[in-house]
Write a protein that binds this ligand. Structure first.
Ligand SMILES: NC(=O)c1ccc[n+]([C@@H]2O[C@H](COP(=O)([O-])OP(=O)(O)OC[C@H]3O[C@@H](n4cnc5c(N)ncnc54)[C@H](OP(=O)(O)O)[C@@H]3O)[C@@H](O)[C@H]2O)c1
Length: 214
């Protein structure tokens, strides 16, 4: 499988690149800083430099050449402005959704967030974040692509236990970034997850079983 990861130098993305590489998949992480190329190559990816806030349709169409699936794991990150939640977390994803439609890449998996809601109210930065994530999810779900929307609870830095809880309700208030990567890796191979939106936390079910049960 040829997989493009937006946010390719992000923590979830680097765990995912490792997993894809182990399985023999071709992984094309998008980075926006050339200094991050070594880290991504070390994990087994073939990085391409694209800034989602300064790209063009032509550039995105080109980087999607031969890609079977897109994973959106980018984010403006903590400390960023409300404007950047909108330009990265929402519009960055939606630009890729539109590009996927143009070039015919059907599969699209997004790392969303618990609480994501396009109509979420409030003026705090976290409110803007939840609105941006919700708008990205809304655009993807309405796109006609083969989408999966994963909504993790609070993320920790650990590699993970490979035991999770997935669904409309979950067992715990946190999940490791390594386990989120493990879930994405499994979702990419599991057509039963197409068209599904679900929460993800740590739990007591092996990732493979939890994904198959969705
Ligand atoms: N923190 C939580 O508890 C939590 C909970 C649920 C969901 N999430 C979501 O999980 C996702 C991934 O989390 P993570 O911890 O792996 O993220 P991360 O380590 O912060 O990585 C995000 C990546 O997005 C990239 N990025 C930012 N602006 C960009 C742009 N304009 N163009 C291209 N790439 C850009 C960053 O690049 P640079 O390295 O160049 O900045 C970074 O590599 C995020 O969408 C986040 O919102 C977080």
């Amino acid at each position: 499988m040829h997989v493009l990861i937006a946010g390719g130098h992000g923590q979830i993305a680097l765990f995912l690149t490792d997993l894809l590489h182990e399985r023999g998949d071709q992984d094309r992480p998008l980075i926006r800083n050339i200094d991050h190329a070594n880290d991504v190559q070390w994990a087994g990816g073939a990085p391409v430099v694209v800034d989602l806030e300064a790209t063009t349709n032509e550039e995105l169409d080109l980087v999607l050449t031969d890609i079977d699936a897109i994973v959106f794991a980018a984010g403006a990150g903590p400390g960023s402005s409300a404007e950047r939640k909108e330009t990265v977390d929402h519009q960055g994803s939606t630009l890729l959704v539109e590009a996927a439609k143009r070039v015919g890449t059907k599969r699209y998996v997004i790392v969303s967030s618990t609480g994501a809601d396009p109509d979420h109210e409030g003026d705090e930065l976290f409110d803007a974040y939840l609105r941006a994530k919700g708008r990205a999810d809304r655009d993807l779900a309405g796109s006609g692509l083969d989408f999966t929307i994963i909504r993790p609870v609070r993320l920790t830095d650990a590699e993970g236990s490979r035991y999770v809880s997935l669904g409309g309700e979950v067992d715990s208030g946190e999940i490791s970034r390594g386990d989120v990567a493990g879930i994405i890796n499994e979702v990419l191979r599991s057509d039963n997850t197409i068209g599904k939106t679900f929460l993800a936390s740590s739990g007591s079910t092996p990732i493979e079983n939890a994904v198959q049960a969705l």
